[in-house]
Write a protein that binds this ligand. Structure first.
Ligand code: ADP
Length: 311
């Protein structure tokens, strides 16, 4: 039995999609008896929705893992904005951990911008059996689940409301037979909205890696994602400043294309977690676009691998 199963997850029914207050308390501060979306801060609650008297203090919103999944560690890769290289960082971490002999998996939680299957060169649809969905597997053996593995066409748009998106991410945890996994990386939806909040609450995330880029503006926004993780008491394991510099292949000169990065200062404000820096490298873009990411070596992320190993 895995750590997670021993902890005993509670299945939470899906949201009906209605907009509104995610906190189940009434205006008077008491519980409205509807545990859906409850903050778990009402007085005297057992934390179990069953037989709820309507005044909660704790509510476990975590989704139950598939009985055939034994996932030891779940690491979220977060960013404040899209396009900063979150999926690249997720992929490189999985690749380097796999090279160390760990059983790795990626849950692509970025449903509106799913890029993990393409980065790993996977185009076939996910298979299933009587027990649920089977993850696809990369050439090197990383298990992958993404909405693009179940859509008819890779280019089909996911035009779903937040609760539906969050529900699908939860299903990727509950309905997929992940088998034995040492480290699962979750490519989290960018930002601090409803979907990342639900994902944080639904999956037992052991720690987060923060992907950012050097621009001051991106640093400002990514700090919100860091603060969100900290408010939810999820340890921040470290930062990746992606596209940090560009090294000229002709003369070797190093250029700060986006100016001096703000990530060191950000990390210093958050317990001095390690900052790894990835350069702008056309080889990353080429390998991602052609599905050949597993041909790359990337030692810049080693401090993060150490942080994950210590969990
Ligand atoms: P996100 O997941 O944050 O939206 P991606 O990882 O999908 O971002 O990266 C966006 C694009 O930028 C991709 O085409 C990717 O190949 C490219 N890219 C990311 N990081 C680098 C880098 N360091 N050097 C070159 N291209 C990069």
């Amino acid at each position: 039995m895995s750590d997670k199963e021993e902890m005993g997850y509670e299945i939470v029914e899906e949201d009906d999609g209605a907009e509104g207050d995610w906190n189940g308390e009434t205006a008077e501060g008491g519980c409205d008896g509807d545990c859906e979306g409850c903050s778990g801060s009402c007085e005297g609650c057992s934390g179990s929705c069953e037989g709820c008297s309507g005044s909660c203090s704790q509510q476990d919103l975590r989704a139950q893992a598939h009985p055939m999944s034994h996932v030891k560690r779940v690491i979220g890769v977060v960013s404040g904005k899209g396009g900063v290289g979150k999926s690249l960082v997720t992929s490189l971490l999985a690749i380097e951990m796999r090279k160390k002999g760990l059983k790795t998996a990626i849950l692509d939680g970025d449903l509106t911008g799913p890029s993990i299957p393409r980065i790993f060169g996977i185009h076939e649809k996910a298979a299933g059996n009587a027990f649920g969905i089977l993850p696809s597997e990369s050439a090197a053996g990383t298990k992958i689940m993404s909405v693009n593995l179940i859509l008819d066409n890779e280019t089909d748009a996911v035009i779903w409301r937040g609760p539906v998106v969050a529900g699908v991410v939860k299903q990727f945890w509950s309905d997929v037979q992940w088998g034995d996994v040492d480290v699962m990386l979750v490519d989290m939806p960018p930002g601090t909205g409803d979907v990342p909040l639900t994902v944080f609450q639904s999956l037992h995330v052991d720690g987060v890696v923060v992907a950012t880029s050097p621009q001051q503006l991106v640093g400002l926004v990514v700090e919100k994602a860091v603060n969100m993780a900290e408010m939810m008491q999820i340890p921040v394991l470290g930062f990746v400043e992606n596209m940090s510099v560009f090294k000229c292949p002709q003369c070797g000169a190093v250029h700060e294309i986006y100016g001096p990065g703000a990530t060191d200062a950000l990390a210093a404000r958050h317990a001095g977690r390690p900052v790894c820096k990835l350069p702008i490298d056309p080889a990353f873009a080429r390998a991602s676009d052609s599905g050949a990411i597993e041909s790359l070596d990337c030692h810049e992320l080693d401090p993060l691998l150490d942080a994950i190993a210590k969990l």
